[in-house]
Design a protein around this ligand. Sequence first.
Ligand code: P6P
Length: 335
Amino acid sequence: MSADPGRRPEAELLTRHLGRLGGPHATGVAAVVGAMASAAVRIADALARAAVDGRTGGAGTVNVQGEAVKKLDLWANDAVRDALAATGAAYLLVSEEMEAPLELGGAGGYVVCFDPVDGSSNLDINGVVGTIFSVRARSGRGPERDAVLPGTAQVAAGYVMYGPATQLVLTAGAGVHVFTLDRARGEFVLTQPGVRIPARGRTYSINEGNTAHWVPEVAGFVRHLKAIDVASGRPYTARYAGSLVADFHRMLLEGGVFLYPADAAGQGKLTSGKLRLQYEAAPIALVAETAGGRASTGTRRILELEPASPHARVSLIVGSPEDVALAEDFYAQRH
Ligand code: P6P
């Protein structure tokens, strides 16, 4: 039977893409990302069935089989942990769901920081959530040091976005690529190779409910984006899903700027920022920079930050290079 002329030529599978990685970390990164992908297939299925299985909401409930129901992010954490442990490639895990870094022991050469279900509060309203991951090479200076390596130590990073389609966005040192889950095959297939972020966008993404907590630099920048100036393509349009993966993915593909700034001193409780550096901001920053974008706190490059602890929080401004640079101009009062 002749091939359907409308059907795309056979897209490359993630497994084949991982088998073609180059460099000294190719084998380890392929093992770790392959494990993340297999856990993501299980998580995608669990998320899609959450309401049917009575698994939305908090922990402590009992399902129809009388089993204690784990919150999905706790269950997803265990799914990722077990998948990574089975590879023997990871020796240390840092997760939003585990207070202390988990030493898997063994000779694994990699540290994996991850947020198993980022934005899990969106689950109850069937919103988009994600799994974010960051892979760093073992430094040899011990697990305490390896749990707080800077973003520049990452050898791979990415996220899975559970939306109408389940997509895995990956950077492993050679570009940013989007893979889409073919549910019929249980495989991720390459659908957008070599993604480049537009130099500038027309969208901004920030929780405007926090306006009273913003430092003047952020207030000035957002006011600027909202002002009418046709020549410079303003006002920007606002988009905010309350899910970092969803809000960033839009910026990656269409350009624009996402901000989650720290609260001004005395104006709110998040004076260090809300987002976690190791498994939210740093992996997103690596994807952004590799795609030609920019990621900073407003004054410092995200990838160069050295966290004081594995769960350190940070301000994040990320997206198109020109938009993020403009935000930095406001921080530097150059504007
Ligand atoms: P807020 C989700 O809880 C999260 O960690 C990110 O995914 C998201 O960008 C942010 O917090 C949303 O926070 O305060 O706007 O609900």
